[in-house]
Design a protein around this ligand. Structure first.
Ligand SMILES: *[C@@H]1O[C@H](CO)[C@@H](O)[C@H](O)[C@H]1NC(C)=O
Ligand SMILES: *[C@@H]1O[C@H](CO)[C@@H](O)[C@H](O)[C@H]1NC(C)=O
Ligand SMILES: *[C@@H]1O[C@H](CO)[C@@H](O)[C@H](O)[C@H]1NC(C)=O
Ligand SMILES: *[C@@H]1O[C@H](CO)[C@@H](O)[C@H](O)[C@H]1NC(C)=O
Ligand SMILES: *[C@@H]1O[C@H](CO)[C@@H](O)[C@H](O)[C@H]1NC(C)=O
Ligand SMILES: *[C@@H]1O[C@H](CO)[C@@H](O)[C@H](O)[C@H]1NC(C)=O
Ligand SMILES: *[C@@H]1O[C@H](CO)[C@@H](O)[C@H](O)[C@H]1NC(C)=O
Ligand SMILES: *[C@@H]1O[C@H](CO)[C@@H](O)[C@H](O)[C@H]1NC(C)=O
Ligand SMILES: *[C@@H]1O[C@H](CO)[C@@H](O)[C@H](O)[C@H]1NC(C)=O
Ligand SMILES: *[C@@H]1O[C@H](CO)[C@@H](O)[C@H](O)[C@H]1NC(C)=O
Ligand SMILES: *[C@@H]1O[C@H](CO)[C@@H](O)[C@H](O)[C@H]1NC(C)=O
Ligand SMILES: *[C@@H]1O[C@H](CO)[C@@H](O)[C@H](O)[C@H]1NC(C)=O
Length: 844
């Protein structure tokens, strides 16, 4: 399963089988017992605390957000969180009540309680039979019962090679302080605590563990005492649901925060790895790595595992713990394996726990998912979650093979070139067998997996040509093994051509310690092979090859090239519109929120990491996926949090959203790959459904000018606005829906998205000035098929104040196609605040 997860790209069929297997796994064993997530009616600790604290708190300058139900005291300002004994007691009371409920209801019966949740949600995970679940469901104390479900990481591999993450922190203070005092919590596969990216021997300077963080470090034999430090401030693991299902393999998955996969180590380093750590892979130095917020602190909550992914019950436990420990940011590079069933996608235990986390002031980032490129393929749904898609930027590691006929073919491979200008003879493995034969030979021989059949004298000094077949995709053959073969027979280099059966597969970025490359295009592979074949001289009678006439040289791919093509949204990055439910109705909410680098990203790696055969034994790996994009944003959020400690989660998201980049330096638009095979041939300009507000710009996000804020009460009103939601809202949140409801379009988001425009609609937004006094001009470009007016079109806004802006949107034609426009706020002090404006179906 690890192989499928890693290389999901080819075997879509396999992916479907995997999903079935996981669903099967969700059932548990024997008598139909399964893991259930049960929530209770009494409010959890965090809500209890916030409710008490909101008494007696006074309004604060610069505070306040927009939308209905706006409450200045609880919006932009985030109160310092602390665990006073009162709340510790309340937490233990909740746990006692949970236990006594189970005891009373299931007297004398067998059940296994896996977790108590008490901080963000009041509930528990428990293994029950359906009959037991029914009994619990009848208790008045119980609010909601839901089957546990599976989740997965969102990593993949792609052919383009990008450079190191850009030093976004350079702006103020430099790497010496970027992100200091902010704790980023990662829900992932754990961490390698010994990696230099997480060391804290940063001389004797002032780098305390932030006082607000109260988490601790689990100690096990493979995560010994001393694994945590001032950088890695907390580490826990959550596996009860996985263990109960019998899918947990202790020797591989490790019941500790230790990362046997590599994914969690990689994402943690992207968000907040130390600055200036040399990336040395296969003996080559690829530059120095740095996290986005190199001085931010890392807290690891392991709830994902290599073999099987993870389960909601474990993920919710991790989120609950992270919030109780007072992390500032939660980053999830994970998505559910299928769209949550029920009334709306938003109502699932993970999104609900995260909504509670947002209420508690925690900024929540999630990968969009690798389920693109078709519309509505989004795997992250809720407006309180900041959803990140993956893009490539224009730095690539290219290598080429120049053939004797002067043709140049480009390839992939983190490998050196052949020496100088010399040309080398090419020899394909099937033509280099010790016992030359023209009869059909085993496929694996052409894949150079075994030197024992090869004629060393014949190959010595030549470039060995190997076939990259489906067996590589399935992990049965490997590039590493072929390189060992080539070295064994003293080849001058290796060239892999793509076997024609490997269609649409995205090649892994593979480090090579001898000259080499992989030709990723099937068409180029054909050209290469026909040159090779046409240059062979065969014996007239035996058909044996007597002369290998083809020659080539390899130009190395160790140095990055800076292309001029615009950044592009990767085909695998999940796309909007945001599906509101399983009928795929469109939500009035823009997803993804932004895109960030996710393609071929260098990050720290556990040298024992199992997730990528190519990087086994290395301390850095280059991975791709929306998994890599999300921690970029988590790191940038840490920088914003450091600069504006009082920003609410929505304000941080707004700063990242309204300041994005929409075109490259030449003014060309950001592109979007549209197909799964030959993605570069189908690029067209990206829309907000591909890239949300655009490509995040760290520098600009630190000076956003205006902020669109949104509160928990707003999100609640939005959920209550979903037809028939009142009982579900009550079950999940304990709040009853009142008269105040709103649609997604009414939420004070930094975007306007209208799924159905019936004649006319009035939309309001409230902006808050987080810079100094400024005059703004608003310009509104209505989407095709709609006309819109804005009032006021100009306004003066003092620092810390708010301004209401009203848009009247009229349909001008009946048309069910999506169309896009935008709204731009130009400040006379240089701020430019841009939000996308999307209308789907229109009726006059
Ligand atoms: C558990 O993992 C180890 C190491 O990967 C492997 O050798 C073993 O076969 C696995 N056990 C099961 C039951 O899958
Ligand atoms: C390849 O190019 C070189 C220099 O441009 C030239 O000397 C040579 O004749 C060319 N070879 C072929 C086969 O076209
Ligand atoms: C090599 O070829 C000879 C003659 O065709 C044959 O007898 C022998 O079995 C072959 N050896 C191997 C290892 O295939
Ligand atoms: C090549 O591989 C063979 C085994 O297949 C081994 O005996 C030999 O030592 C290797 N030679 C080199 C130079 O690695
Ligand atoms: C290789 O070339 C020979 C003639 O030289 C031709 O008959 C054969 O079809 C070619 N094979 C491929 C795979 O191009
Ligand atoms: C990012 O924002 C900064 C500050 O507003 C701006 O100077 C820079 O040009 C932006 N970057 C790009 C690539 O647009
Ligand atoms: C809400 O749902 C009910 C039942 O499905 C339906 O009868 C009603 O028309 C819906 N109301 C709106 C406003 O869509
Ligand atoms: C809410 O919870 C109650 C009690 O568990 C249950 O009977 C009811 O079906 C739930 N309602 C919804 C809409 O999930
Ligand atoms: C649009 O609104 C009008 C009332 O303003 C209503 O009669 C009509 O059914 C609505 N159309 C749709 C498609 O909802
Ligand atoms: C805003 O514009 C008004 C009228 O043009 C001008 O008097 C005022 O000084 C401007 N304020 C700022 C902060 O630029
Ligand atoms: C929208 O329609 C209303 C009512 O017909 C009209 O008063 C208003 O001018 C229209 N606005 C725009 C921007 O077309
Ligand atoms: C509907 O809108 C799309 C663009 O949003 C446009 O290309 C198409 O021509 C429109 N259809 C009609 C019938 O106007």
């Amino acid at each position: 399963m690890g192989v499928l997860r890693r290389r999901w790209a080819v075997p879509l069929l396999w992916a479907a089988l995997l999903a079935v297997a996981l669903l099967g796994g969700a059932r548990g064993s024997g008598d139909g017992a399964a893991v259930y997530i049960v929530t209770m009616k009494q409010v959890p600790v965090s809500h209890k605390r916030l409710d008490l604290e909101s008494f007696g708190s006074s309004g604060v300058a610069g505070g306040g957000g927009g939308g209905k139900g706006d409450n200045p005291a609880t919006s932009i300002l985030r109160k310092p969180r602390h665990a006073s004994p009162k709340f510790v007691n309340y937490g233990s009371l909740l746990v006692r009540l949970q236990n006594s409920l189970l005891k009373k209801t299931l007297r004398g019966e067998h059940y296994i309680k896996l977790y108590s949740y008490h901080y963000l949600i009041n509930g528990f995970a428990v293994v029950l039979t359906p009959q037991q679940a029914e009994k619990l469901n009848r208790r008045k104390e119980v609010a909601n019962i839901m089957l546990d479900f599976s989740v997965r990481t969102a990593t993949t591999y792609t052919p383009e090679f990008l450079g190191l993450p850009e030093g976004a922190w350079v702006q103020d203070g430099g790497p010496q302080c970027a992100g200091q005092g902010v704790v980023v919590g990662l829900i992932d596969t754990g961490i390698d605590p010994n990696h230099p990216s997480f060391a804290d021997d940063l001389t004797a300077d002032n780098y305390p563990v932030p006082a607000h963080y109260s988490g601790n470090c689990e100690v096990t034999s493979d995560f010994p005492s001393g694994s945590c430090n001032r950088k890695l401030v907390g580490a826990r693991h959550f596996a009860a649901s996985a263990i109960t299902r019998g899918v947990f393999n202790a020797s591989q998955d490790l019941a500790s925060p230790s990362d046997s996969d590599g994914h969690g180590t990689h994402t943690a380093s992207i968000a907040a790895g130390n600055h200036g750590i040399p990336v040395i892979v296969a003996g080559h130095h690829f530059g120095d790595a740095s996290g986005m917020a190199p001085r931010a602190h890392i807290a690891v909550y392991k709830a994902l595992y290599k073999g099987f992914g993870g389960f909601a019950a474990d993920v919710v436990a991790a989120i609950d713990q992270a919030a109780e420990d007072n992390v500032d940011i939660i980053s999830l590079s994970i998505t559910p394996n299928r769209r949550p069933p029920g009334l709306a996608t938003f109502f699932n235990p993970i999104d609900m726990a995260l909504m509670s986390a947002v209420k508690d002031g925690i900024f929540v980032v999630q990968a969009a998912g690798n389920t693109g490129p078709s519309p509505k393929s989004m795997s992250s749904y809720s407006p309180w979650i900041f959803t990140v898609g993956a893009s490539a930027h224009d730095r690539e590691y290219n290598n080429y093979v120049v053939l004797g006929n002067n043709l140049t073919i480009s390839g992939v491979g983190l490998a050196p070139g052949t020496d100088g200008d010399s040309m080398y003879n090419l020899i394909a493995a099937p033509h280099a067998l010790q016992n030359y034969t023209t009869t059909p030979i085993e496929m694996s021989l052409g894949e150079c997996q075994d030197p024992s059949h090869l004629d060393k004298d014949l190959i010595k000094g030549k470039i060995l040509v190997c076939s990259y077949s489906i067996r590589f995709v399935l992990g049965l053959s490997s590039v590493k093994q072929a390189l060992d073969t080539a070295k064994n027979v003293s080849a001058a280099g290796v060239i892999f051509y793509l076997d024609p059966f490997v269609l649409g597969f995205q090649l892994n970025p593979t480090p090579m310690d001898i000259p080499g490359l992989i030709i990723p295009s099937p068409d180029d592979s054909k050209i290469f092979l026909s040159y090779y074949n046409d240059s062979l001289v065969r014996d007239g009678t035996s058909d044996k090859v007597v002369n290998f006439g083809a020659v080539a040289k390899i130009l190395g791919g160790l140095k990055p090239n800076y292309g001029s093509s615009a950044p592009k949204v990767m085909f695998y990055s999940a796309r909007g519109p945001d599906p509101e439910d399983n009928t795929l109705a469109n939500a009035d909410i823009l997803k993804p929120n932004v895109v960030a680098p996710g393609s071929s990203i260098w990050g720290a790696w556990n040298s024992r990491g199992l997730d990528s055969a190519e990087f086994t034994g290395e301390s850095f790996a280059m991975l791709s996926g929306t998994s890599m994009a999300a921690p970029h944003i988590a790191g940038l959020a840490a920088l914003i949090k450091q600069k504006f400690p009082s920003f609410s989660p929505a304000a941080i998201g707004s700063a990242l959203s309204t300041t994005t980049i929409l075109s490259d330096k030449q003014g060309n638009p950001i592109m979007s790959q549209r197909t799964y095979s030959n993605p570069d041939s189908t690029q067209t300009p990206a829309t907000p459904f591909d890239m949300g507000n655009g490509f995040a710009n760290a520098t600009a996000a630190l000076d956003p000018g205006l902020i669109f804020d949104c509160s928990y009460d707003d999100y609640l009103s939005f959920l209550c606005g979903i037809n028939g939601s009142a009982p579900v809202v009550a079950n999940y949140t304990g709040n009853s829906c009142g008269a105040s409801t709103m649609t997604g379009a009414d939420l004070n988001l930094p975007s306007i998205t209208i799924a159905v425009l019936n004649q006319s609609r009035t939309i309001t937004r409230t902006v808050t000035n987080v810079a100094s006094d400024e005059n703004y001009t608003v310009s509104c470009n209505a989407p095709y098929g709609a006309a819109a007016s804005v009032a006021p079109a100009q306004f003066f806004i003092p620092s810390g104040q708010k301004q209401l802006v009203t848009f009247v949107v009229n349909a001008t034609m009946t048309n069910s196609s999506v169309s896009f426009g935008d709204v731009e706020f130009y400040g006379d002090k240089g701020h430019r605040v841009v939000i996308p404006f999307t209308v789907m179906s229109k009726a006059v």
